[in-house]
Design a binder for this molecule. Sequence first.
Ligand code: GDP
Ligand code: IMO
Ligand code: MG
Length: 431
Amino acid sequence: MANVVVVGAQWGDEGKGKIVDWLSERADVIARFQGGHNAGHTLVVDGTVYKLHALPSGVVRGGKLSVIGNGVVLDPWHLMREIETIRAQGVQISPETLMIAENTPLILPIHGELDRAREEAASTGTKIGTTGRGIGPAYEDKVGRRSVRVADLADDATLEARVDRALQHHNPLRRGLGIAPVDRDRLLADLRQIAPQVLEYAAPVWKVMNEKRRAGKRILFEGAQGALLDIDFGTYPFVTSSNVIAGQAATGVGIGPGAIDFVLGIVKAYTTRVGEGPFPTELEDADGQRLGERGHEFGTTTGRKRRCGWFDAVLVRQTCATSGVNGIALTKLDVLDGFETLRICTGYALDGEVLDYLPTAAEQQARCVPVYEEMPGWSETTEGARSWADLPANAIKYVRRVEELIQCPVAMLSTSPEREDTILVTDPFAD
Ligand code: GDP
Ligand code: IMO
Ligand code: MG
């Protein structure tokens, strides 16, 4: 198998960064295909922590090509700051190792301002709990055909025209929200100043990706967020503004869907969510508290406390289906160490029936009551385990039950934040 797509199979923060970093040893190209710096991917290599938001997690290894595809929305000022931060940690980043698609839409300061103003104005129940990074408004402008894209930075007349087109929409909108009109000259000056730095990395990514594919290079697609935050299949409207599921990997860089050989779903051994929205297995008791503390469940991007709950096999079975997941990487198994009893959600009780999927209607979602089965926990530690032989019998039983319920095999297991505390069961890149 040449090309692997990594996608989050829950509400994000499943450990995609760690797994992408681990797999990137086997890959030639690592490509982000959606989302933006709302993502926060944490890597730990020999005790050194790297936090990546816009950069693909492959950058840390060196010698690989990292790609930011057109499906991403890119804040150029953030990117340059992130490059500097990561460089200061000793990582080399150059136009030879990082490429940005010329047709990538930019996130401008006006997008973040709009995102935050809307959230502030929203009442309880309508607030999304966004990261405030301007992701939604930037995607709105892309679909509304008024984005400034990377290629527009190369020509001043085009840049002015694009900015004016965007402001024609944004200024009336801002007036309605009580925000001052955009300072056009300042925005243009800021864009002109950042332009040469971004253009250094600009490339026809679709062409490069197709050439790499023809040359037999291995491509690793790095998803951000998780399938339950997908704009179509997530818990709408409490979702992000992009398609997150595996099908997006192809359109997000400009390669045919046939290029995808293996889809690896990243699945946390329990469930977390940051931001608002339904969460059927959420725990607001001591068990939830314990998961949050043992799992250090605080957001990488915003530092917000993540909501925690039991493993929901219904949702993961569903997300494995919508992304065509071939195998999962089950992460944070170690966080479950020491629980006497574990619970897994196997269905939802609704109106006298048990459903094996989450209904789409919000009103029904709110009334779904999880049906649980219980499993015995284990008192031994799994932290740092690097082979099946190191796992207690009850931990293996838990993993096997998860596989059965989600109808998808475990390809990898992760037992700590460290790169090498990983168990490979099936190599996603293997032929
Ligand atoms: P991502 O957004 O999917 O890349 O995940 P994040 O990096 O936002 O959150 C996952 C957190 O769990 C990070 O702090 C990782 O270092 C950490 N992590 C990843 N895998 C494991 C694991 O197997 N065990 C433990 N205890 N922590 C892990
Ligand atoms: P990674 O890649 C977890 C959530 C936000 C909010 C919703 C919409 O680290 O897994 P947005 O700013 O995207 O408009 O916010 O989506 N969200 C994430 N939650 N992990 C992420 O990324 C997320 N990116 C966005 O909390 O609920
Ligand atoms: Mg994250």
